[in-house]
Write a protein that binds this ligand. Structure first.
Ligand SMILES: Nc1ncnc2c1ncn2[C@@H]1O[C@H](COP(=O)(O)OP(=O)(O)OP(=O)(O)O)[C@@H](O)[C@H]1O
Ligand SMILES: O=P(O)(O)OC[C@H]1O[C@H](OP(=O)(O)OP(=O)(O)O)[C@H](O)[C@@H]1O
Length: 221
């Protein structure tokens, strides 16, 4: 049976290997149809299927999907939640798991959210999520947007506290920070363009079922 071909936005950084591994268990890709991030080609056509893999920054995957440059995409819930978008979130792949937390310097006298004073400066790469979180808690925070190495900011007095990802906890620990609240727990999700889900429903539903089967198989082990 010939399937509709799909444009698939995938994250080219740390999530790449696990996302490709999941795709290898679907019609999107098989072992003989290699894609490679080492080639530096950001659009890669898969032989035989007409599927196109787009290698994007994880935070940009939702934009490619929302605007229809990609039919579907794989990326972290953290970056999906950062901005309100018109797209469907179809599946949790349970890979790339990490937590978005509020963390404070160990020598700061703050143990819970209630201890945070008004006008506290918060460094984060998630200004949308952080803004909303503190607003909902009636805490007046001043958000300072950074693109990475957020744990550095409190050490040089650019910010008082941070909102950032933690996974093993090493980066927080090595920078004398402790988490005091979890904002969201993240993992890789399959997201789908709204129009593509109407015009390519057969291929997308089939893919979703294959991924679910793969998840069940890996979960059982
Ligand atoms: N320590 C971690 N452990 C597991 N998953 C993580 C961790 N940190 C981030 N992630 C997930 O991976 C995504 C970021 O991936 P990656 O680090 O490749 O992108 P990036 O932030 O654009 O990095 P860079 O700017 O270094 O290319 C996050 O959005 C999150 O979903
Ligand atoms: O709990 P850990 O296992 O230490 O992981 C957490 C770190 O991983 C990510 O950083 P990344 O390596 O992507 O660098 P970045 O700070 O430039 O985003 C995240 O932003 C944390 O800094």
């Amino acid at each position: 049976m010939s399937m509709e071909s799909l444009k698939i936005a995938i994250p080219k950084g740390r999530l790449y290997d696990e996302v490709v591994k999941a795709c290898l268990n679907t019609d999107l890709l098989d072992d003989s149809q290699n894609i490679s991030k080492l080639s530096r080609e950001l659009v890669q056509e898969v032989s035989g299927t007409g599927n196109l893999f787009l290698l994007a920054k994880p935070a940009d995957v939702p934009a490619y999907v929302e605007h229809g440059a990609a039919d579907i995409g794989f990326t972290g819930k953290d970056v999906i939640a950062e901005k309100e978008r018109r797209l469907y979130e179809l599946l949790d792949l349970e890979i790339g798991t990490c937590d978005l937390v509020v963390a404070v310097p160990n020598d700061m006298d703050v143990n819970t959210l209630e201890d945070i004073k008004d006008n506290t400066r918060v460094a984060t790469s998630y200004p949308g999520i952080a803004e909303k979180f503190f607003r909902d808690k009636n805490i007046k925070a001043e958000i300072i947007e950074l693109n990475g190495s957020v744990e550095l900011a409190p050490q040089v007095d650019l910010a008082d506290i941070i909102v950032d990802i933690t996974s093993t906890g090493t980066t927080l620990r090595k920078n004398d920070l402790s988490p005091i609240a979890e904002i969201l727990s993240s993992s890789v999700r399959l997201v789908v363009n709204e129009a593509s889900y109407r015009t390519k429903a057969t291929a997308i539903d089939r893919l979703s079922r294959q991924l679910e089967k793969y998840l069940k198989k890996t979960g059982d082990n």
